[in-house]
Design a protein around this ligand. Sequence first.
Ligand SMILES: [Zn+2]
Length: 744
Amino acid sequence: MRIIIFLGVLFSALNLNAQALCPILPRPVTYIDGGTNKSSLLCDTLRFNTQNLPKNISAVLPEIAKLYLPDPSLVELMPNNGFITFQQLTGGYPESYSINVNTDQIRITYTSESSCFNALQSFFQLITLVDDGKRFSIPVSFVKDYPSFSWRGLHLDVSRHFFSVEEVKQYLDLMSMYKFNMFHWHLTDDQGWRIEIKRYPKLTSIGAWRDSTIENHYSTFPRTWNTTRYGGFYTQEQIKEVVAYAAARQITVVPEIEMPGHARAALAAYPEYSCNGNKQAVPGVWGVFDDVFCTKDSTILFLQNILDEVMGLFPSPYIHVGGDEVPKTRWKQCPRCQATIKTLALADEHELQSYFIGQMDQYLQAHNRKLIGWDEILEGGLTSGAAVMSWRGTEGGIAAAKQGHFVVMSPGSHCYFDHYQGKSVSEPLAIGGYTPLEKVYEFNPIPEGLKDYEARFILGGQANLWTEYIPTFDQLTYMTYPRAIALSQGLWGGTKAPYKDFESVLKTYHIPRLMGPILNTNVSLSFMKPDIKFEREPYGISLSFEFKDTNESVVVSFPMREEGIWLSQGKKLPFNRPQKKSIQRKFTYFSPCCADSLSIIEHQGLGANVTYITPPNSRYDSGDLTLVDGQFGARPWRGYQWVGFDTNTIEIKVGLEEKRKIKGLELGYLYEPSSWIHLPNEVKITMDSGRTKFVNIASERTVIRFKNKTQTIRLQITGPKTIPVGFPGEGSAPWIFMDEIIIR
Ligand SMILES: [Zn+2]
């Protein structure tokens, strides 16, 4: 893989810097290392005295060892002997543990099975292999640790893409290493029902399969399709296996059965539980659908029967019922839904949703379980006892906590790992957004604006892995790690180390472990990539590569050129305006972690002065160099490299440094009708002489040929006043997005 080349050099260099830092992540509340003499316990076998070790933990200990050691047979469990001893403390801080390493013995204290499990994860993270891997070295140290939050979750959507039992187990293994204790298993959605329900076999025989899947981004036009039948589901036996596997690793599996929205897969199997009974196939496109469960009694009974089987499989105190993104279209047209509104004297369809969720809440409570749902369940009033997962920002969570409901914080800003984590063009297709590692590390589950007694309702937080754009397990781990490790710190609590130290420990110990031969996990190194700075120069533009660590540098390699160009921090790579023809210059740049490529078009307008006579919308104004930086923007749109306008007449002036003979223009626009972004209709081009040219725009890139000698080029762009009928947002004002003005 592309990442391997420089890795060896990188990690050996970093090892030296990070020795003083605690190798455990999330960082424990207290870590004291052996001080200046840096002594260690050295041994060739890890002998655990199991006398005071809980039986369940003895059973899973060899499994934990397998995550860390190349030869797990070097772990010995001894009933009355061994230098690694355990002691259970009664009282003490809940879930706390300690590890005390001397040169000849190790003592671990714990207060519960889960704290003992977490202690072992920390213990294995202290070990390094020495003497060619023949001996273990454990630094003389003291660890005292406990979590701040009881809900430390990762979510996994298995509906949009399906992951096998073995893959789910690997996901749980990685979670357990970073002390996550809640696995939110999103088992049903529009695009597939993934849990066997014996009473309703069509849920999986029909609902688990779709005939086609969208291949490109949802917003790309036109869409393309993979017509291979896609699907899968877990049998009840497999579910039990996963639940037991998780429990052994101190992880609770919280199942999610989506209702009343995101129900198309279930309704494909049992259309009688919709409002209009229409039969429709399982969709292969993402989004929010109008067809949802009807609120009639038979549907409520159907779903409660499903919950019966779900409760039989999952011992979790919380059962997730979704509740997000429920269009009210069908309910407004449905005589039975309307009759319920009338009979119960409900104000509107929001209160009808509240009634629906209330039916599930009562049912779960009657079975000694608790309901949790996405923050939309607050709309129309939330029934007592229900907990809220706040995803649309933090407001839902704040409102719920103020009303005395328990809350799990999962705001899109920090916790949506389906967002991009890097700006390189080599990032795999994602839904959008930009949530880099550093941002995740900032996450604090307690939002500002809560009083202390209200903050006690915050159970913790979790990251969500929606898998519309995550078709494989390799890509799933790439999107999850290392961001989940950054999140684990916010969820575990304690005092956060400066980000720089976190990154250093991550690079020195955790990334090599994750990528190494034992775990062999595909993780993202995007956080190690340089930021690229574009600057306007008298000759055109320059690029420089900026790292957080100023000692790093890149090597740039152009095809047909034997030697690479070594660029230290801040040194500029020039791109010139050509005298005649424009040239596309592709190159590869190697940073210590990765290789990436980029392509710059050297054209006569490169780095020219751009004046926005019509200002871009402030949210989508990436500056006046964007249109002349020699690059087309990434598609689908990722929030940068584009300039967005919210008016239908736009005027832009491009000024060259002198009069030049030009042979035409190439204009780049974005066409994403699902995001309300449309092409303009027409562009009027005016040269110095007053000569004008009108061009109709019919595609994202328009090449316009004409000859003129001019210093300034004025573009007057006219777009449609409203979005045409039949498109999302029809009748509203459209957006116009531009990425480049190439002057030939
Ligand atoms: Zn209805």
